[in-house]
Design a protein around this ligand. Sequence first.
Ligand SMILES: Nc1nc2c(ncn2[C@@H]2O[C@H](COP(=O)(O)OP(=O)(O)OP(=O)(O)O)[C@@H](O)[C@H]2O)c(=O)[nH]1
Length: 303
Amino acid sequence: MIDVYLLSGFLGSGKTSLLMNLIAQLKEQGKKPAVLMNEFGSISIDSDTVGQSKDVPLKELLNGCICCTGSEKTEAQLQGLLEEHEEIDVILIETTGAAHPVEALDAVYSPLFADRLTIKGIITVADAKRWLERDKMSPQIRSLFMEQIRHAHILLANKTDLLTEGELATVSMELANYNDTAPIIQTANGHIAFSFIEETLGKMQKSERPTIVSGKNLPLSSKLITFDNAVEKDEFESWVRSLPDTVYRMKGYVPLKGSKNPFLFQYAYGMVNWIPEYVKMEARLVVIGEGISDIEYGGTPKH
Ligand SMILES: Nc1nc2c(ncn2[C@@H]2O[C@H](COP(=O)(O)OP(=O)(O)OP(=O)(O)O)[C@@H](O)[C@H]2O)c(=O)[nH]1
């Protein structure tokens, strides 16, 4: 299994700096990291920086963010990385600072990779100075900035060099109030030990079930559902409607009674979408949300 880490954080918060630090540490440990990154616009500034480490495989998604370029593209890029570089053991994904973490995670979770990739979690870089000045942001942007912080599994309060001791204490306390599950690490230029990230996220995963990042104490988790038998479409949809609001996203291949191949099933914000598949994909579904570890598919109970 290849470990996948998602680097989130607002525009300019220090994600690329963190990425470069992590790559250097991984290489020192003899590991083979690969990078998937996406940038706003069609000029690849950040990937040029990373591209200087010629031995680090890199795929980029230009012109849009990982969430709105569509998960198909992300899947294709990941597929490309996996096929072209069999030796990879860690994938670092840098999302554009304008990506919502749930959507970015969503683009990465694919039933195609369920048995090849272990999504370890989201590391959010928060610009500590910006946090103190968040009231100056427009409500929409502030909400994105805050969402990225809220969904972090590990939170870096970065750019500490720009703050006084007193300001630092305030930022740490306020961040802890806002996301009380993620460890908060004060950093400058994204300097953090990769071993800390690995151990922290490893422990979070162990405390719950082994698939991907999951757990009641984590802001976001995922669950893989498999099917032994084909299901009735209506029955499946009533099960979908019975799920809690904290299920944000589902996608995968669902075997429907009377159909040759499992259908591609998509769910987002209450909407379901079925697309026939001409290839026989493995029947499995990824569910992403909060507090979803008890969700199982059992069809609708018969009366
Ligand atoms: N003073 C200070 N500057 C920093 C720190 N970390 C990063 N920077 C600077 O902030 C700027 C943005 O850093 P990046 O690492 O490119 O940030 P990013 O999150 O990748 O930016 P986007 O790709 O635009 O979202 C760069 O000029 C960095 O040198 C820090 O801890 N302190």
